[in-house]
Design a protein around this ligand. Sequence first.
Ligand code: SER
Length: 604
Amino acid sequence: MSSKPSAVEVRRQFIDFFSKREHRELPSGPVFPQDDPTLLFTNAGMNQFKDVFLGTGTRDYKRAVDTQKCIRVSGKHNDLEEVGVDTYHHTFFEMLGNWSFGDYFKRDAIIWAWELLTEVWKLPKERLWVTVFSGDKTDGLPADEEAEAIWLKETNIDPAHVLRFDRRDNFWEMGETGPCGPCSEIHIDRGDAVTEPLLGANPELGVNAGNERFIELWNLVFMQYNRLGDGSLKELPAKHVDTGMGFERVLSVLQGVHSNYDTDLFAPIFARIGELSGQTYGEDETRDIAFRVIADHMRAVSSALADGALPSNTGRGYVLRRLLRRAARYGRQALGMEEPFLFEVIPAVADVLGQAFPEISGRIEHLQLIVRKEEESFGRTLGRGIIQFDRLADSVAKAKADTLKGEDAFELYATYGFPRDLVELMARERDLKLDASGWERAETEHRNASRSEGAFKQLLSAEDLEGLSPTISTYHPNLESLSAKDFEASLAGRSKVVRVIGEDPALLILASSPFYAESGGQIGDRGVIEDPEGRWSFRVDDTKKMGAVIVHLGELSGSEPSAGDAADCKVDRAHRLPTQRNHTATHLLHSALREVLGEHVAQQ
Ligand code: SER
């Protein structure tokens, strides 16, 4: 590339490359799943396609391309501690991805990736390294010789630059269970490849050794298994491709800068932080970390708030509150910002991210209002935290001891957001020590608690989902276009049993269903599903959806139905109609609120 391409151009080049190869261009999914409070944030581009990989959902296209808003701050993929300290981790980042749903597999994925990098973007191949899966004994999986052979025989990569790594690096899994498969990663050497050409293969200094010289650019995942709850692997019904490229990283490479934070995705945000604080990025490492933390966290918070999240004391709201406090604290400690200022960074964030995600630029005022309120309340909390610290320190002094109990001191972090180094500093000022192992114990417990928050808890386990097809929905809303007679008829129907799972509540899955499954606004239908021959009857207390599978929850009486049994469905009309009216009324209220208060009103 001769001149430096902008972020907007690079994003477009990626999308156009795959659009030309018959991929459907899709908008990013939201940064957190709207209907699933148990998954805190979208942590990979594939989240919105999980049902397709498992075979429980379908799309009307077989290839797709997009840039997905991702946040990695909890659960299996968590980069928070690295953020700000190094120059290439983020809580919020964009993942460029191309997808094949049961269509092309390893060969096209590898050849196209290589073509885009080396022919379109003209990255020198001497700087590129790739990795393939070396196999795993426990899982009984062989090395991925197929991918390795494609790299070696069908691209012009230097054979010495193809390396094997084990499951930690080259077997991608979304969570504890779910779709997974071997992957092939492409890394770039940003160091001096001329004087030390083979350093990439050095286990201490090279690829996957955790340094800033060799960084991963693109991960090509070959989805072919489902990890079940007992840890075993089951072949998926079809094979898929899920690729994810770190947009900020590839941009830094193409713009010829050493850090993601030196690209035009960050420069305008740094300029704004500079204006507000009177400091300049690039002059002092401590202040630079603060600039990076603030810019990163404000990108994450702005995108989550724009998609409808709110700071709170639990779940994803708590994560957002912690990010805001971490940013505010860095602002105070490193940049001397005593007053709320993060809200004034938001317009700069919206300028940059709005190019790809217009939902952010459309809600600036709303975001500013929320962030300002959070900053004000954090200001008060900090004051209370200091009082709490004084109490703690006084009681230690009174007991003529010299050590703050770790568990108590950790509360200053958990409740008031005080980092460990600040607590240690305050302790030193009063000639006290901090009991480090107690702090660490409390921290581990706290982390485990927030990890389980982020786990993919779901209605059906990976085993339950195994082999299910989408349920055919015969649900009809009570529309004017439907005659009263047809509407009544739509509340009943004959179907077939697919599977019954567990009890309390029992879950019944049918081939087709007239029951409305809760999603977003309206709660699920109730009613009865019965054997026409009277051997069993299932009282439906609620209806939910897992991907495209409709799940009836309730109680079974009589004998156990078998797969293939006929099933007569009757939706409870007396429950459906008022539910539907309430749902309509909510929409009317929402629309009135938007008219009076503005477009930023969001239904929660
Ligand atoms: N799912 C893979 C990842 O997140 C590739 O998109 O790295």
